[in-house]
Design a protein around this ligand. Structure first.
Ligand SMILES: *[C@@H]1O[C@H](CO)[C@@H](O)[C@H](O)[C@H]1NC(C)=O
Ligand SMILES: *[C@@H]1O[C@H](CO)[C@@H](O)[C@H](O)[C@H]1NC(C)=O
Ligand SMILES: *[C@@H]1O[C@H](CO)[C@@H](O)[C@H](O)[C@H]1NC(C)=O
Length: 369
């Protein structure tokens, strides 16, 4: 009898702990550990077989994963094919441009292989480019690999734990397996305007400074300020002291200093630099033949196109993307670069122009001249 009571008490306690855990995990989810950088976009990816979460707009039904059931007004995936093909052709053409060689060609070493995630079940490789909304894609691939049955079930702390989430990095495989996958799998990456990406990285890592990444503010920012702030007396003395911490201006000067960075500062920062090294350095797009290059600015068209091209459009549906959220915002870019010297901006551009050319982003003349 006593033993029975104990059992019930234990069960009750477990129930409470479970409830609290669920609540805490919800809180963490809604803090939106998402790499859009700007306004947090909470997207709902759904997998058939699981009840879809309630849509944010109650009047509209969830888009059906099967393209044939989509409203006829929806733009067709086939219409997007010429755009996607032109991007891949442009990429190949720019890779051949000798005068950009230094900025476009990299060796496919461990750094690059660490960026690429493997979905063996559906023969997909995905190169992660931070600040471009990649977390959602990673979640989809985790689900497709089978470790979790829906995106909502993936604990937030496991999304980036590739030892445990069933989405291995390409670097974890033996060389022969790597080559085989690079040669035969569907490969894609997503990019966005290179300068907007840097603004997003700056905001996310140095302004918002999430508590779980203290090193950006406490280690990296002071190192950059020491080396790149023009006047160390800035903000001293008078009452109009600038806010403490890294300014976008310091960040731009640091990023534009190719030589100094590579030799000294970046090595000390280790993997953290993935948030601002070029797409070329992250994903080696001239060495690895990607099938599709998605653009953040046109994600509404690219997401369904990628799902179709990868042959998984029947397995996952794509979320509704809030209108305007992915669009290039020139006002914001101008705002961030205002007051920064042309010389520093040109140096920054010199360093990132490979990315502008490779992915067809127009040269930001309004900042350079
Ligand atoms: C190669 O890139 C440079 C620098 O952007 C450009 O001026 C030149 O026209 C390009 N050459 C070709 C053949 O596209
Ligand atoms: C490429 O880089 C090397 C060494 O970093 C440099 O000597 C060379 O001038 C660069 N070439 C171009 C075309 O920028
Ligand atoms: C563009 O950025 C500016 C400045 O950050 C902001 O005020 C504006 O709302 C943004 N526009 C859009 C369409 O998001």
């Amino acid at each position: 009898m006593r033993a029975m009571r104990h059992h019930w008490l234990l069960l009750g306690a477990c129930g409470w702990v479970l409830l609290i855990l669920m609540f805490v995990s919800k809180l963490i989810t809604f803090r939106a550990v998402d790499d859009y950088g700007d306004r947090a976009v909470i997207q709902k990816w759904t997998v058939p077989g699981k009840p879809a979460p309630p849509a944010s707009s109650p009047g509209k039904s969830e888009p059906n994963p099967k393209p044939s059931h989509q409203p006829s007004s929806a733009p067709s995936v086939a219409d997007w094919q010429p755009v996607a093909e032109r991007r891949v052709e442009l990429l190949a053409a720019v890779c051949k441009n000798g005068s950009l060689r230094n900025l476009t060609h990299v060796s496919v070493g461990k750094f690059v292989l660490d960026r690429i995630f493997v979905c063996d079940k559906h023969k997909i490789l995905f190169c992660q480019t931070p600040k471009v909304g990649n977390t959602q894609w990673k979640k989809v691939l985790i689900v497709l690999n089978g470790e979790f049955s829906s995106v909502e079930e993936i604990p937030e702390n496991l999304v980036h734990d590739h030892e445990k989430n069933g989405l291995p990095r390409l670097s974890s495989l033996p060389p022969r397996e790597i080559t085989h996958r690079l040669n035969t799998y569907f490969k894609f990456l997503i990019v966005r305007d290179p300068f907007e990406r840097l603004i997003s990285a700056f905001k996310d890592k140095f302004v918002k400074n999430p508590r779980f990444e203290p090193w950006y503010k406490h280690d990296i920012a002071p190192a950059i300020i020491r080396k790149y702030r023009k006047s160390h007396r800035d903000g001293d003395g008078d009452g109009t002291a600038a806010a403490p911490g890294l300014r976008f201006e310091d960040f731009v000067r640091y990023l534009g200093d190719a030589e100094g960075r590579r030799r000294r500062v970046d090595r000390q920062f280790g993997e953290h630099v993935i948030h601002w090294v070029t797409y070329a350095e992250l994903c080696a797009p001239c060495e690895i033949r990607y099938d599709v290059v998605g653009h953040h600015e046109t994600l509404e068209r690219d997401a369904p196109y990628i799902l179709k091209a990868a042959g998984i459009e029947r397995l996952v549906s794509y979320p509704a993307i809030p209108p305007g959220i992915t669009r290039y915002n020139r006002t914001k870019v101008e705002h961030y670069f205002s007051g920064i010297s042309k010389r520093d901006i040109r140096r920054l551009y010199a360093r990132y122009q490979g990315d502008f050319h490779l992915f067809g982003y127009p040269t930001p003349d309004f900042l350079l001249n």
